[in-house]
Design a protein around this ligand. Structure first.
Ligand SMILES: [Zn+2]
Ligand SMILES: [Zn+2]
Ligand SMILES: [Zn+2]
Length: 756
């Protein structure tokens, strides 16, 4: 009996062929396995029928950790070719590999950790220990196929011992492109902030001790540099905030293990599972009652972003220290991408840090850490990067054209949609300067190579002036294909539709800003979205942004604008004038502008939350994206919806003036926490009711919630309750960022599937 089997999925670069080899030998089969050029693994087995059946069963049941099987097909033949054994053969077609060839970077596996700790193992204490189940993938790949000469491991010829493991199909490092040992692999070394070498026994443990002593150390990882510091001492944290120009933005931290994390944060079952998974993202955890890290780590927030060590180097950093965690923040100069080059690090970070912990392997693809938050058991991806990119999102339907989408302006990612798969790039950032734009262009080039597809259309935002819009037109010209401009909130809704594979949805899309179809600023929208396109069904009341963009940085301006609609705000605003950078003069100017009218308006939900945050004295200045609303959520956690306002709809517009006035009127009657909670509840209930009314009228079964505001736990929970109570299905994102990291995906979907 002979079977010709084809397997598609993430089956290359994950130890799949050695697994096939072992499984075939175990079942007494003969034949071969090889990678085909079209990203399919081809297997031919000969032997007993029952053994072949068992082999196929094992294939699915025992596949390697990182492998994902999309499809298996088997053709049976009676005549045999008469193989004498089972072998792994190389095919010339491997040069043309395409599709999901490269898995994301993978955290160090348990077996490698065991070897790292085993004094008899030749990789004892070797920080770059990896195997076929673990280690960097995406970040070391320069070219395809994923083969050692095409990775940045090419500079490290294998020693004899490593080569033997690499070539032995029975060894767990068979064809592991990252195989290395202390003799032949990359080395770590410590330097001063000027790059002068510092002699020491073990540079990694030394770096850990320096951190504990209060020094700031920049550490080279797999996808870029981190800046690390103590989490319990105020001095290095204050310094870090000053030199990084990060007044309040929370720092991500790394803790040696789950038990330690539980001493300062609450970790539920699902959070623990992801924290310890092979993806190892930063997970936003609720600070516990015993939170004992410095308040400077994530000031005035109820959460702290924690990750566990994901390389041997990270593990060893904690070997000789007592610190419960270290700050591990991406090392990037303001609004530039994460630093990846050693010389560049000294130039750009030298004045920020005291020491560098380098290694001598190059980084081919920069990749920041991913960030995830949970709402109960539901994961919400805030940043989908290391551990996820470039793993494709699979869909239930197939696009008939290949689309390259370039995202919006903030938290940008790129996306390539081809067939039933969408490849979202790693996190790129805010595309507003040359450095980020260059990074963006590189990521697009790499993604195009990776997917090996011919782009039929380029998708971008509707905003005429975004850097990415210009880039899209440039690309369209160069590739000779049309550019499709997709309205921002339609992109969010389309992403929701594709993730859940539904034909139509009434989507509540709430964020900070999106360029509307009518040229005005949108951000609190209720849309109907299907394959034809979208319709705006309703939205939040438009509110003045006194001073335009300034109102996003100083939310008191938003509050003043809204209150001014129904009352004289002079006295109130003047009493708070010291909250503005230019004091009384600025307050007076605001009043003058309000009296004059003709102020730009926005329907943004983020701006209303900002206004409430300032009104309640929670946050007067936005120093990072989302700050006033995030702090409002943290404060609201201790409150109840005591105001219990009935949402007022004026046609299909939810009244937010009423909300802000009621908050103002009850300032002395209820606590800040109760009012913060009431404001969030009002918006959630109001928008849900508006969406439900429309869903009922249009007979749409699904009501969804997307946009950056969907990260807010309370708003999402209230909306879910309202929608489900009415008998509708409530959709939120689990795989794609609800914020603007997901817009490239939504644009690709809209351009790939929507006809309108
Ligand atoms: Zn391993
Ligand atoms: Zn070696
Ligand atoms: Zn958005």
């Amino acid at each position: 009996m002979r079977a010709e089997i084809k397997v598609s999925g993430i089956v290359q670069g994950v130890g799949f062929r050695p697994f096939i080899y072992r499984t075939a030998v175990k079942n007494g089969l003969r034949g071969y396995v090889r990678n085909r050029g079209d990203a399919i693994v081809e297997i031919v087995v000969e032997g007993d029928r029952n053994n072949i059946a068992q082999f196929l069963e094992d294939l699915e049941a025992e596949k390697p950790l990182l492998a994902q099987i999309y499809n298996i097909s088997a053709d049976y033949k009676t005549e045999e070719e008469g193989f004498s054994e089972f072998s792994i053969i190389k095919s010339s077609g491997e040069a043309k590999l395409s599709g999901s060839v490269i898995p994301p970077d993978v955290s160090i596996c348990d077996e490698c950790v065991r070897e790292l700790r085993d004094p008899t193992n030749r990789r004892f204490n070797y920080f770059f220990i990896t195997c076929t189940d673990c280690g960097p993938r995406y970040t070391i790949t320069k070219e395809l196929p994923y083969d050692r000469p095409n990775t940045t491991m090419n500079e490290f010829p294998m020693c004899d011992s490593c080569a033997r493991e690499y070539e032995d199909p029975k060894n767990r490092r068979f064809h592991a492109q990252t195989v290395a040992c202390p003799k032949c692999g990359p080395k770590a070394y410590l330097t001063s902030n000027k790059g002068e070498a510092i002699e020491c026994d073990n540079p990694i443990r030394e770096a850990g001790k320096l951190l504990e002593e209060g020094y700031v150390v920049s550490i080279k990882g797999n996808g870029g540099f981190h800046v690390a510091a103590s989490t319990t001492k105020a001095d290095p944290l204050t310094r870090l905030r000053r030199v990084k120009h990060r007044k309040n933005k929370p720092f991500a931290i790394m803790s040696p293990n789950l038990e330690t994390v539980q001493t300062f944060a609450e970790v539920n079952r699902w959070e623990a599972e992801l924290l310890t998974s092979y993806r190892k993202p930063i997970v936003l955890l609720k600070k516990s009652g015993d939170y004992h890290l410095s308040e400077l780590v994530s000031p005035e927030l109820h959460t702290v972003g924690v990750m566990l060590p994901y390389t041997g180097l990270h593990i060893m950093l904690f070997d000789e220290v007592e610190e419960p965690a270290f700050v591990m923040t991406s090392a990037n100069p303001p609004s530039e991408p994460i630093v990846i080059d050693n010389a560049e690090a000294i130039k750009k970070l030298g004045s920020t840090v005291d020491y560098f912990l380098f290694h001598n392997r190059d980084i081919a693809q920069r990749c920041d850490d991913s960030v995830v938050r949970f709402h109960g058991k539901d994961p919400c991806l805030i940043r989908r990067s290391r551990g996820y990119a470039p793993e494709p999102i699979r869909m239930k339907r197939t696009a008939d054209r290949c689309v390259l989408a370039v995202g919006g302006e903030l938290n940008v990612t790129a996306c390539i949609l081809t067939g039933d798969r969408a490849f979202i790039s790693q996190h790129i950032g805010d595309v507003e300067n040359l450095e980020t734009l260059r990074f963006m262009k590189n990521a697009i080039q790499h993604l195009t190579k990776l997917t090996n597809c011919r782009v039929d259309a380029v998708a971008c935002d509707l905003h005429p002036k975004f850097t990415t819009t210009k880039l899209a037109h440039e690309l369209g010209n160069r590739l000779g294909c049309p550019v499709v401009q997709v309205q921002h909130h339609n992109a969010h809704a389309a992403a929701l539709r594709a993730e859940w594979n539904v034909d139509e949805v009434v989507g509540v899309i709430c964020d900070g800003f999106g360029y509307g179809s009518d040229g005005t600023a949108w951000g609190g929208e209720v849309l109907y979205c299907n394959n034809e396109g979208f319709r705006r069904l309703g939205h939040l009341e438009a509110q003045p942004m006194v001073g335009g963009d300034l109102a996003t940085y100083h939310p008191l301006r938003m509050a003043a604008g809204i209150l001014h609609k129904k009352m004289d705000v002079t006295e109130w605003l003047m009493s708070l004038s010291q909250k503005f950078p230019h004091g009384k003069n600025e307050a007076e100017l605001i009043l003058k502008q309000l009296r004059k009218g003709a102020v730009p308006e926005t329907t943004s939900c983020g701006r209303v939350l900002d206004a409430v945050s300032a009104l309640l004295g929670v946050c007067y200045e936005r120093t990072y994206e989302g700050e006033p609303a995030m702090k409002l959520e943290s404060v609201a956690l201790k409150g109840k919806d005591k105001l219990n306002l009935t949402p007022r709809l004026e046609g299909n517009v939810l009244d937010t003036t009423l909300l802000v006035h009621e908050i103002f009127a009850h300032k002395d009657r209820f606590s800040v926490a109760d009012l913060a909670c009431s404001a969030q509840s009002y918006l959630a209930r109001g928008l849900a009711e508006l969406a439900l009314e429309e869903a009922e009228r249009l007979q749409v079964k699904h009501v969804g919630f997307s946009g950056g505001v969907a990260y807010n736990g309370h708003i999402t929970a209230v909306m879910r309750r309202t929608v489900e109570k009415a008998g509708f299905k409530f959709l939120v994102h689990h795989k794609i960022p609800a914020g603007d990291g997901g817009t490239s995906f939504g644009q690709a979907i809209a351009a790939g599937f929507q006809k309108g």
